[in-house]
Design a protein around this ligand. Structure first.
Ligand code: NAP
Length: 280
């Protein structure tokens, strides 16, 4: 039976390449993203390449808690089983801004959205086991810090720092999640995809967007290359049962020492749970 895989941010970049690779392996893939026109174009492209490609789309602006709740409900109503959730959608925002929920955008999209969607789908994943949760972090987590007095950069905001902090949150949160999943048939792993020539950072325009574009043009790997570790963790039999690990280039590596601090992981877990409860 083909695997049912949910991929957030599957309309562009690494997520799009992940969707393509998983569909090519015969998986039924549901893209959770905000841009219907891009999703429709991708579905048409995939169906042209593989006439029986099973691709679905759930529209969701992952900045919005209300939209994530609605998308979670739609997925549960239409997906009797979920084998894999790939939390991939993320971004870098040079300028600080808040979502409609009053949450700083980087923290909302890169961390809280991962946690909220995972919580909504967790029972279905458990019921479908063996199942996997794959969360795309970044090597720059190593330069991040988690300042629990100012997680949303209200006192001091620098876009790149906020991004690195959110990626540290991905790694810490995955380790805390994996601990909670011990004894179940669901695994949770996280990864660095490599430096990838995607549209990452282009939303910023101006000098930031230009510098980002240039760096990607000359120093980055392709999107399909960048999707390989996500695809490996989502679908390879090699990592069946492996949980609570950090990968790059399809290999397990050690994440930063800050990310391996259990007290930090647990604090982030409880702060995240409290923020999600507050919003419910
Ligand atoms: N590129 C790199 O070098 C690199 C390195 C390390 C880690 N990463 C991580 O890899 C992941 C994917 O990044 P990428 O490079 O593929 O970036 P990308 O090319 O900018 O693609 C991001 C994807 O996320 C979607 N997205 C953004 N904001 C959204 C929102 N509010 N609601 C719903 N979907 C939203 C985008 O949708 P639209 O199509 O609507 O814009 C797009 O599909 C991120 O978690 C990033 O932190 C990237």
């Amino acid at each position: 039976m083909s695997k049912t895989i949910i991929v957030t941010g599957g309309t562009d970049g690494i997520g799009k390449a992940t969707v393509k690779a998983l569909v090519a392996q015969g998986a039924a893939v549901t893209i959770v993203a905000r841009n219907k026109a891009k999703a429709d174009a991708l579905a048409a492209e995939l169906k042209h390449e593989t006439p029986n490609a099973a691709v679905r789309f759930v529209q969701c602006d992952l900045f919005s808690r209300r939209a994530i709740d609605a998308a979670g409900a739609e997925i549960l109503a239409t997906h009797p089983r979920i084998d894999v959730l790939v939390n991939n959608a993320g971004g870098f925002f040079a300028k600080r801004d808040l979502t409609e929920d009053g949450v700083e955008r980087t923290f909302a999209l890169n961390h809280l959205a991962y946690a909220q969607l995972t919580a909504l789908l967790l029972d279905r994943l458990k019921a479908s086991g063996p199942a996997r949760i794959v969360s795309v972090a970044s090597g720059v987590h190593a330069t991040g810090t988690l300042d629990f007095d100012d997680l949303m950069g209200a006192r001091r905001y620098a876009g790149w720092n906020a991004y690195c902090n959110s990626k540290l949150a991905n790694v810490c949160w995955t380790y805390a999640l994996a601990r909670r999943l011990e004894g179940t048939n669901v695994t949770a792993n996280t990864l660095h995809p490599g430096f990838v020539a995607s549209r990452f950072g282009h939303n910023n325009g101006g000098v930031t967007g230009l510098v980002m574009g240039l760096a990607q043009r000359f120093g980055a790997i392709s999107e399909p290359e960048g999707a390989k570790t996500s695809v490996h963790l989502a679908a390879s039999p090699e990592v069946e049962g492996v949980s609570g690990r950090y990968f790059t280039a399809c290999k397990e590596v050690r994440s930063s020492s800050a990310s391996r601090d259990e007290a930090t992981q647990e604090k982030l877990w409880s702060v995240t749970e409290a923020l999600l409860r507050e919003a419910a």
